[in-house]
Design a protein around this ligand. Structure first.
Ligand code: FE2
Ligand code: FE2
Length: 293
């Protein structure tokens, strides 16, 4: 009897994972139209408002955020065009991506032992923390950090079924070799959820910087041109208060700051605790822009 070749089985599985990404449905046409319009230099707030008005959930969400007193907007705006002008194109982009991502990210991930909406809540928390951190270190586009944080673990949606099948082996390897979840994914599947997330967002033709930040959110120094965005997501993921993350869960990536993250972001280690305290204080403001799942 010939024993099954583990390497062959692993490479078959890797090919299967990669093929399943290319078969993923594209973003809805309406979402793509808005994202494309946001990239066009000549797009007006009125034109964007017309596109947004075609989507009921996005319209309601845009108006809610634009009228949120908690975000400092005292005078309410009634039209979508006013809301777009108040929020700015960058924040509108975050709202569009949040609306389209909320469905898939809210699903239960049995492999990762994540219940309904658990990944969604974690994603929104990391997005908010990344936005705040980006602002506090003067990263030029905090909204980009928000989107990177929101989508950072999206690769788990694809890997979940494989994690489900290999759960016991994964826990065993993690405990025996003191490895993190993503390191074990690499060992068993030849790819981790961060790399898969990079492939998914690249499949959706998201900007390279965003794709790269998602791909390297556990190893920001590997991102050649865009280390800062990847490092912001890495730090946001690690500094979140325990109640805002799936801390007791198998899926927890360990609140581990990558050894290069602080250097990339030019943050002194002794200031980390006060940074974390300020971040925790700031998080309540983000409840006002939390998308409905
Ligand atoms: Fe992750
Ligand atoms: Fe995460």
């Amino acid at each position: 009897m010939t024993l099954p070749d583990k390497n062959a089985a692993n490479s078959r599985r890797l090919n299967e994972i990669l093929r399943s990404i290319t078969r993923l449905r594209p973003l809805p046409t309406s979402t793509n139209r808005i994202l494309r319009a946001l990239d066009e230099p000549n797009t007006t707030a009125g034109f964007l408002a017309d596109l947004i008005a075609l989507d009921q959930a996005l319209t309601a969400y845009t108006l809610r955020v634009a009228n949120s007193a908690a975000l400092g907007y005292a005078v309410s705006c009634a039209s979508i065009k006013d809301a777009v002008m108040r929020l700015g194109f960058r924040q509108v982009r975050s709202l569009v991506i949040s609306t389209v991502a909320s469905g898939p990210l809210s699903s239960r991930l049995s492999g990762y032992r994540l219940g309904d909406k658990e990944l969604w809540n974690h994603s929104v928390s990391v997005a908010s923390a990344a936005h705040w951190l980006a602002g506090s270190i003067r990263y030029p586009d905090p909204e980009k950090a928000y989107v990177a944080g929101l989508l950072h673990d999206i690769g788990k949606l694809v890997l979940d079924q494989y994690v489900f099948a290999d759960y016991n082996e994964m826990v065993n390897i993690m405990q025996t070799n003191q490895l993190t979840l993503w390191q074990v994914e690499q060992q068993l599947f030849g790819v981790d959820h961060a790399a898969v997330g990079g492939l998914i967002t690249s499949h959706w033709q998201f900007p390279e910087e965003l794709v790269d930040a998602i791909r390297y959110h556990h190893a920001p120094s590997l991102s050649q041109p865009y280390k800062r965005l990847a490092a912001i997501v890495n730090l946001a993921n690690a500094l979140l208060p325990a109640e805002n993350s799936s801390s007791q869960n198998f899926a927890l990536e360990g609140r581990i700051i990558h050894p290069d993250t602080l250097q990339i972001l030019n943050i002194q280690e002794h200031l980390l605790e006060s940074l974390q305290n300020r971040l925790i204080d700031a998080m309540f403001v983000y409840d006002a822009r939390k998308p409905a799942a």
